[in-house]
Write a protein that binds this ligand. Sequence first.
Ligand code: HEM
Length: 455
Amino acid sequence: ATIDGPKGLPVFGNALQIPKDAPNAYLSELARHYKEGVFQLDLLGRTVLFVSDPDLVAEACDESRFYKPIERALAVVRDFAGDGLFTAREDEPVWGHAHRILMPAFSRRSMKAYFPQMLEICEELIASWESRQGEDLSVADDMTRLTLDVISLTGFDYRFNSFRSPELHPFLQAMGRSLTEAMLRNGQLPLVTSLKRKQEAAYRADIALMQELVDDVIRRRRESGGKGTGDLLGLMLEAADPKTGERLSDENIRNQVLTFLIAGHETTSGLLSFALYNLLRNPHVLAQAYAEVDRLLPGDTVPTYETIMKLDVIPRVLDETLRIWSPIPVFGVKSRHDTTLGPFDVPAGRNVVILLEPLHRHPKAWERPEEFDIDRWLPERKKEHHPSAYKPFGNGERACIGRQFALAEARLALAMLLRRFAISDRDAYRMKVKQTLTLKPEDFTIQVRARKRHE
Ligand code: HEM
């Protein structure tokens, strides 16, 4: 069988049809149109397959046939994240060294060790909102302050103090612009990119700003003689790969720190923002969440790691939020040799993009897919899910190393917010997604009031 796709132009192929600021919305629309669950585009002379049928995704996730290539947007991100975990190539041994060195930092025991710092930053968010009751709060900005300060404090013992400033930290502004530029460059002919001198200068300046901050983080740790701290930076500076005895180079550590500062906050911020949106649009679920935090965190009880692990409604809100609005909209793989996807032949070296929005709402896998229904995540119903219809954290070896970290942090933040505040949005915000490689609700503001709780 042959794979269908919209007709394109000479040279550009379909590249100009993809809206630069919202590729995900357009690609998801195409996925709904091509009922086979796969379509192809010609992007500047290269054929790319886009897959969203869960059975075809299951095949594309077979790591013996497909691997993660560092091409297109990721090749641009590599300009600043280098050979850090996220953008390391499959054939670079440093991926394995760093993966094995860092895995212990994401164990359950480590999550427990990070908990006091997560709590401290969540308390800063609560204090900030307490002082701004009734005002319009910019959700994505404050969630970004929270998640950036959490990853930098827990991972690197570094404080951005984001809640002390009305402006987002210059690091965040530089990062936001760089991610947007990475997305734009992905859709440009290299010649066009090279002609845009002003953009190039601004892009390089942003990268330099981010790297200077990272160098400062590392220098401070070295100067403090900070031995023995079991955080990410401590492990990278001290530990050797258990398999090869190899240690990480200074250059690689720099790339990892920047990688974690970016990967460790941008997506979790999106998750929390989308979760608050879903709670506001689904008052019956919000009521369940309030009841849960009142039961598990009565009065001024200080949350512990154990309490957070007992939550049931809030984690299901997060699971369902990641289904409906996955902060990372796509991930890419490439065929190792000639192979197939269902009835379709796929030649060696073919790029395949897994589209998460249409996958996570695929009628073959999900009943009433557009409905926000946290009961899908009850244990007995979870067993019935299609095994490849939910991939918010990517796939296989190259799946997200920070999954448990993100979920622990998001559980704690939501539990603390909902215990303290009644949330509302006067203007009944309608979802408008902003894409900068990752997705977030744009211009989403809410108001909070201290809750009157019946103890
Ligand atoms: C990889 C999603 C939070 C660190 C990935 C990938 C996805 C993802 C889809 C695979 C990308 C690909 O295949 O190209 C998410 C989501 C998050 C989240 C939805 C939050 C809700 C985090 C956090 C950290 C983190 C909190 C760090 C503390 C990483 C790293 C990789 C990665 C280092 C690269 C892994 C490798 O290739 O070895 N993430 N992530 N992520 N994530 Fe996350």
